[in-house]
Design a protein around this ligand. Structure first.
Ligand code: HEC
Ligand code: HEC
Ligand code: HEC
Ligand code: HEC
Ligand code: HEC
Length: 377
């Protein structure tokens, strides 16, 4: 009996908890009417803004939950780290330069640098804040990069065997390695992402190095280039794994040298990292944006007028969007709003906040096709 009663109380407690959570959740979603602090009533008009809410509540056809979903359609809620702003060294290495592209001169950025040894956690973490316009410009020399110590490490067995070619350069470079036996068919392996001094190149499909020639093309951050050619050693050597340096574990990592500069003749920045031992390096970067009443900013027009709509509605059944007119018989009249100077969106035909016609139609749907398609009957 006791046992049953206990179960009964537990269940009850769970129900109460669930109700509580639902209550809190609703409160949170209600909190979103904070947009009405400026976009509603007399206050909006005083600020020179439209009274969006007056519109929403007066429409004959309301868009489901529109007064609660303001943020979802309009506001960037969190920092968005672009995928291309996460950078890595390709393996354990001592020195390298990342090219930081696509930055705006006058914006502010934050960069998080992490150094690790294989099999251990982060040993070193540094956060840098910078404005590209205040980074020193560096004038390089005109000397071509020198390639030294070229070694064929051997062939690694596997489903697809690969030859491992190692080379060092006198400064960090990006590289393209070509290899061939038959002059008409050259294989290429490129590393164009990170500038490195030590390079391990995987020559995929190589079963036997005998008779192979190679060509190494390098370029440093100042645009200086060099080309070296040679023949791979004939001796066929089989290895299980590429050489890895054994490092004494659990010892602290000495301070690496970290430096930002801008090569002359380039709009992009360089992040130069020199560590006291071979390490894994990763870099994350983001723009510093202040959190305001519009979150981290307003969403792009494409997002608000197309992408968010298709998160809830199927785009397949509707008219093509995200396109411009490429045909003489399709002309978009001025009174139909487009984005990016002529791109059709969902809101070219529908009001987003609701409307007085069915489907929140901007224009009578009976004649809307002919407003753009001149020869459609
Ligand atoms: C503190 C007052 C304030 C609050 C709160 C506020 N806004 Fe605004 N909003 C403004 C002002 C002022 C502008 C016009 C200037 C600008 O673009 O920053 C604006 C502009 C906008 C625009 C662009 C309008 C246009 O014509 O391009 C949108 C969309 C918008 N707000 C949506 C929102 C949403 C959604 C919320 C709630 C999450 C919100 N705002 C909260 C003051 C506010
Ligand atoms: C379903 C997505 C969606 C929701 C939800 C939504 N909006 Fe909009 N809103 C839009 C789109 C799309 C536009 C652009 C319309 C245009 O180009 O005419 C817009 C335009 C605006 C504008 C510019 C002025 C205007 O009326 O054209 C403001 C301000 C605005 N919205 C505020 C809000 C506020 C405040 C809320 C919440 C009460 C809200 N929006 C809810 C999609 C939405
Ligand atoms: C959060 C989800 C959500 C988003 C985002 C959203 N909608 Fe809706 N929309 C709904 C719901 C729910 C309905 C009501 C569905 C119904 O009644 O069949 C609706 C109704 C509509 C209708 C009327 C459909 C009818 O049968 O009367 C149109 C048109 C529409 N939405 C267009 C848009 C456009 C354009 C956007 C982007 C600006 C958008 N919606 C974004 C959820 C959403
Ligand atoms: C060229 C104008 C045009 C564009 C652009 C357009 N629509 Fe429509 N939409 C219409 C018309 C016309 C109807 C009415 C169709 C009918 O009578 O069945 C409609 C109906 C709808 C409906 C209600 C009917 C249904 O099938 O649920 C929704 C929801 C809708 N559109 C969403 C969207 C979304 C989301 C986009 C953008 C991806 C979009 N529309 C782009 C013209 C357009
Ligand atoms: C706002 C202007 C506009 C309206 C309104 C409009 N269209 Fe379109 N439509 C376009 C544009 C722009 C294209 C893309 C044309 C191109 O590829 O150059 C297009 C493409 C199409 C296509 C695809 C044609 C193809 O070859 O890919 C069809 C079908 C179509 N529209 C039918 C309709 C119908 C039916 C209506 C009425 C419900 C309508 N359109 C309303 C502008 C419009």
């Amino acid at each position: 009996m006791r046992k049953y009663r206990l179960e009964f109380y537990c269940k009850r407690a769970l129900y109460v908890l669930a109700c509580f959570i639902i209550l809190i959740y609703n409160r949170v979603s209600w909190a979103e009417s904070e947009c009405d602090a400026c976009h509603a009533g007399a206050k909006a008009l005083k600020m020179g803004l439209e009274d969006v809410y007056a519109g929403i509540y007066s429409y004959r056809f309301r868009h489901n939950n529109v007064d609660r979903e303001c943020r979802r359609c309009h506001v960037i809620e969190e920092f968005q780290i672009r995928p291309e702003s996460e950078l890595y060294f390709p393996g354990n290495t001592k020195e390298g330069i990342f090219f930081l592209t696509g930055l705006s001169l006058d914006k502010e950025y934050e960069l998080e640098l992490k150094l690790k040894r294989t099999g251990e956690g982060t040993l070193y973490r540094k956060v840098l804040k910078f404005k590209p316009s205040s980074i020193v410009v560096e004038k390089g020399d005109d000397a071509p990069p020198a390639v030294k110590t070229i070694r064929f490490l051997g062939i690694r067995k596997g489903v697809i065997p690969e030859g491992l070619l190692y080379f060092e350069t006198d400064r960090p470079v990006v590289s393209v390695v070509e290899f061939w036996k038959d002059e008409h068919y050259r294989e290429r392996v490129s590393n164009l992402k990170v500038f490195l001094k030590e390079h391990v190149v995987r020559l995929s499909g190589l079963k036997d190095a005998r008779g192979y020639r190679y060509r190494i093309i390098t370029m440093d951050v100042f645009g200086n280039r060099s080309v070296s050619e040679g023949v791979l050693f004939g001796r066929k050597r089989m290895i299980e794994n590429p050489r890895t340096e054994v490092v004494q574990k659990s010892e602290g990592l000495k301070e690496p040298s970290v430096r930002l500069f801008r090569p002359s003749r380039s709009a992009d920045l360089c992040l130069h990292i020199r560590a006291p031992e071979p390490v894994m390096v990763s870099v994350k970067m983001r723009e510093i944006v202040e959190h305001t009443e519009h979150g981290y900013g307003l969403q792009s027009a494409r997002y608000t007028n197309i992408y968010v709509c298709t998160e809830c509605h199927s785009a397949g059944i509707s008219h093509p969007v995200g396109v411009r007119s490429t045909r003489a018989d399709v002309e978009i009249p001025r009174e139909m709003p487009t984005i990016e100077g002529g791109v059709i969106t969902c809101t070219t035909c529908h009001y987003p906040h609701g409307g007085n016609r069915p489907y929140f139609a901007r224009f009578d749907f009976d004649r809307i096709c002919n407003m753009c398609h001149k020869r459609l009957e």
